[in-house]
Design a protein around this ligand. Sequence first.
Ligand SMILES: [Zn+2]
Length: 272
Amino acid sequence: MLTESTVIHGEMFDSHCHLDFQDFALDRSEILSQCSEAGVKHICIPGVSELSWSNLLSIVSQPNLPVSLYSALGLHPYYQDEHQHCHLDKLSHLLEHEKESIFAIGEIGLDFALPETNQESQLFYFDQQLELAQQFQLPVIIHARKSHDRVLQRLRKVEVARGGIIHAFSGSRQQAEQYIDLGFKLGFGGGVTYERARKTRELASSLPITSIVLETDSPDMPLSGFQGQRNTPLQLPLVAEAIAALRKISVAELISQTTSTSCEILLPKQLD
Ligand SMILES: [Zn+2]
C-alpha cells in the first residue's frame, strides 16, 4: 500500500490515462512494466461508458501489477448517445458493492464543443453523477470543453465535498481560481509542451503548485514532437520536465508535489 514515504521518493502519478482502451490491448502489460522502470508508479484510469466498466475493473484488479492502478467509473459526455438512465442505477449499485476498487466518479462533464450535442441531456447525467459523488463521498474527474462556466455553476449548486480534478485544464485564470476555491485540482498534460499553448503554459507555471496534477490522457493528447502517434503513460516524465522547466523548479520537487496532490484527492484513505 501507498505510504507518504513512497511519495517522497519521486514516484510519478498519471492522474488521467485511458489504459483500458483497445489501443493498449496488445501491449498493456509491457507498458506497465516500462512505466514502473520509468518511475510512473500510479495511474488513475477513468471509465467513459457503462460498456467500459467491467473491463476496466478487471484490468485494475489483476494480481502483481508493477504499477498501482486506480479505477474511476463514469459516463463521459462524448459517449452521450450510449448512456441510459439505467446506467446511473448500475453505477450506484457498483459504488455500493465495489467500494474498495472505485476511487472516483469519472470521467464525467460537459462538452459543448461537440457538434449537435444535447446539452440538456449532458447536464442531466452530469448532475446525477455529481450527486452520486456526494452520496458516496468520492471525488470527481471532470472533462470540460467550452463549458467551464456551466460546470462551475453546477459545482456551486451540487456540492461535491471531496472535490476532484478538472482534467486537461485549458480555461482562463479566473476559472482556474474559481475551481481552486471550490477544492478542485487542475490536470495538465501534453498540452504544456506546445509553444503555442501560451495561456495553458502560463497557468501551469504560475498557479499554486498544490493545485496542479500531472496527466497524459493517453492514448490521446500526444506531446509536441509526437503528433499523430499513440500517447502512453510513459510520456509522463516529459510532462513533468516541461512543467518543472516552466516553473523553474527541480523535476524532483515538481513530481513530489504533484504526486502528493494526486494522492490527497484520489487516495485520502491510504494517507491517513
Ligand atoms: Zn479522458
